[in-house]
Design a protein around this ligand. Structure first.
Ligand code: AP5
Length: 213
């Protein structure tokens, strides 16, 4: 099963993608996580990506596509994957489609997690992530058991560099301009499914599993 998660920054794509990956036994592939891991490790790719990410802009398509195609060609992706944060532009979606077609494959579901802009700033300001294992929390909505500490590995939680309000605003603008057109793209392919992302994460997940079966 090949799934694409759509939705604004902070809509809950990552939260839901992790759950989907666990339930359906497929890898969670997040281009944002790949970039952040490279930044943490100080690679050349990380250095290039960081300048775009910190400004709330998209990393250029050619670089992002190369990384994504490399990742999905790994053996663990043979039975499918859930893509989180990719594609983010029509050219990225077109390349993915073309590569899948070559192998006689296609995206089975594009799940759009719908959250209005008003809710997004609140979500981002409260998000805390684990720099070690990648677990994600929210101070108000999904708090860790012990304040400031990851439930999974005990590491101190951090605010993401690009979650400052002014950067979030820019990311939302970029989303509306460059990523939202993908809703029509996947609707045209008959694979688009919308879920309400404003409700409790468990309820969102239940709506998603109703769709995926
Ligand atoms: P990326 O890491 O993909 O960030 P994003 O799409 O902006 O999405 P987020 O990770 O911020 O949010 P999310 O929807 O996953 O929400 P989450 O589950 O964390 O990209 C970062 C940057 O990398 C981009 O700006 C760009 O520069 C670059 N990049 C990445 N991919 C690229 C690409 N393909 N092309 C070019 N550049 C690319 O939830 C958010 C918060 O809300 C959390 O605190 C969570 O706990 C909470 N929450 C989740 N669900 C709920 C709920 N139902 N109710 C209440 N709170 C909830």
């Amino acid at each position: 099963m090949k799934i694409v998660m759509l939705g604004a920054p902070g809509a809950g794509k990552g939260t839901q993608a992790k759950r989907i990956a666990e339930k359906y036994g497929i890898p969670h592939v997040s281009t944002g996580d790949i970039f952040r891991a490279n930044i943490k490790n100080g690679t050349a790719l990380g250095k290039e990506a960081k300048s775009y990410m910190d400004a709330g802009k998209l990393v250029p398509d050619d670089l992002t596509v190369r990384i994504l195609l490399d990742r999905v060609s790994e053996p663990d992706c043979e039975k499918g994957y859930v893509l989180d944060g990719f594609p983010r532009t029509i050219p990225q979606a077109e390349v993915l489609d073309r590569e899948l077609k070559k192998a006689g494959e296609k995206i089975d579901f594009a799940i759009d997690v719908e959250v209005p802009d008003e809710n997004i700033i609140d979500r981002m300001g409260g998000r805390r992530g684990c720099p070690k294992c990648g677990a994600s929390y929210h101070l108000k909505y999904i708090p860790p058991k012990k304040e400031g500490t990851c439930d999974v590995c005990g590491t101190e939680l951090v605010l993401r560099d690009d979650d400052k309000p002014e950067t979030v605003k820019k990311r939302l603008d970029v989303y509306h301009e460059q990523t939202q057109p993908l809703i029509d793209f996947y609707s045209g392919q008959g694979v688009l499914k919308k879920v309400d992302g404003t409700v409790d994460p468990e309820v969102v997940f239940s709506a998603i599993t109703d769709i995926l079966g």
